[in-house]
Design a protein around this ligand. Structure first.
Ligand code: KG4
Ligand code: ZN
Length: 347
């Protein structure tokens, strides 16, 4: 049972292939954060295998929690609320986090706070920022999402655009697979692109309708496929090291161009005072550079998620959960996980 001074917020994240937990103090200060990545398990399959992900979460959830408390030098009895990712994601993965959170909430007699994973990525842009500027035009680009939001506070946002096919991170991963570079592709393409010529190949920028805030990345991906394997996509042309780097740089530039064009369009439309970028792809160095240029050019504040908060983590879950808890959001022991964000986002 939690004691009277139980004020810590515990965050639990297990929506995809990272088992993560974080502890925040009542004032939001970070006490500990642990992320156990499953990348090694999924590597040989070239993508996340849901069954393997679920099993690995079962194996690692309690050790990750123990390590989080040990690193913070705190005890479960000091926890005052438990925030947990309930949607969207792989259902077998989400259920591990949700069941663990429920068991702890019951044992400690503390409230649960349901958190939407994408809302947590939005929040990550504003975590620890002393004076965030709203309204903010926010891009969340990850392996599962490429979405634009109009954000009015760290807990409130409205969706304004999204991908109609692949997510940006998915395109990075698929292009890396086409080039035989390994998984996950984003960080590898990012690294190789740094030594490549972004102007050598002109891959298509799909901007859809003139006013559209939606994205499409399947065309860019297919253009890279044709470039490497010929028009039937089956050839096996051997690219030398220089060409691989130039393809990475040219592809990355095309994706970043599209992301920044739409983010700028949203910022204009809503009279934004800032732009914000979060999600795994926000780790990309070129994207961070271009976002800074966009903000500067338009006289806007820039809220980039801290590098360690871009890929999946539980700090963003605990952080958003802490604010939602203060706003009165609670989940009961009947809380359920949801693969798609069909339930209205808690934020
Ligand atoms: O947010 P995240 O950890 O998981 C999801 O919610 O999907 O994002 C993972 C995605 C992967 O597709 C990965 O390739 C991409 O983010 N990513 C990057 C970089 N680091 C991770 N993409 C481009 N450049 C990077 N440096
Ligand atoms: Zn994510």
């Amino acid at each position: 049972m939690a004691g009277a001074g139980a004020t810590l917020v515990l965050g639990i994240e297990s929506s995809c292939d990272e088992t993560a937990a974080a502890l925040l103090a009542a004032d939001g200060a970070l006490l500990a954060s642990v992320v156990r990545s499953q990348v090694e398990l999924h590597k040989s399959f070239g993508g996340v295998v849901p069954e393997i992900a679920g099993r690995s979460h079962v194996e690692h959830m309690l050790p990750v929690l123990e390590e989080t408390f040990a690193r913070a030098g705190r005890k479960p009895a000091e926890v005052g609320a438990i925030a947990v990712t309930v949607q969207p994601g792989l259902i077998g993965s989400l259920l591990v986090g949700v069941s663990t959170a429920k068991a702890m909430a019951l044992a400690l007699d503390v409230p649960l706070v349901p958190v939407d994973h994408v809302a947590a990525h939005v929040y990550s842009c504003f975590h620890g920022v002393a004076q965030p500027q709203f309204p903010s035009a926010c891009l969340v680009a990850s392996g599962g999402h490429s979405t634009l939001f109009e954000v009015s506070s760290p807990t409130r946002h409205v969706k304004r655009g999204e991908t109609i096919d692949d997510a940006a991170g998915e395109a990075f991963d698929k292009v890396a697979a086409i080039l035989g570079l390994g998984y996950p592709g984003g960080p590898i393409v990012d690294r190789l692109a740094a030594g490549g010529d972004a102007g050598r190949f002109r891959f298509p920028r799909s901007l859809l309708a003139k006013e559209s805030l939606d994205f499409s990345f399947s065309g860019i991906k297919t253009a890279v496929l044709y470039h490497c394997r010929g028009q039937d996509g089956r050839g096996r042309r051997q690219l030398d090291e220089r060409e691989v780097k130039d393809v990475c740089a040219s592809f990355q530039e095309a994706v970043v161009d599209v992301l920044m064009t739409k983010l700028g369009r949203l910022a204009d439309r809503i009279g934004a005072r800032s732009i914000a970028v979060g999600g795994g792809v926000a780790a990309n160095r070129r994207l961070r550079e271009r976002a800074a240029e966009l903000a500067e050019k338009n006289g806007l504040a820039l809220h980039l998620a801290a590098r360690e908060l871009t890929t999946d983590n539980a700090v963003m879950v605990a952080g958003l959960g802490r604010l939602l808890f203060a706003e009165g959001v609670r989940g009961g022991l009947d809380l359920d996980a949801c693969a798609r964000a069909i339930a209205p986002p808690p934020a």
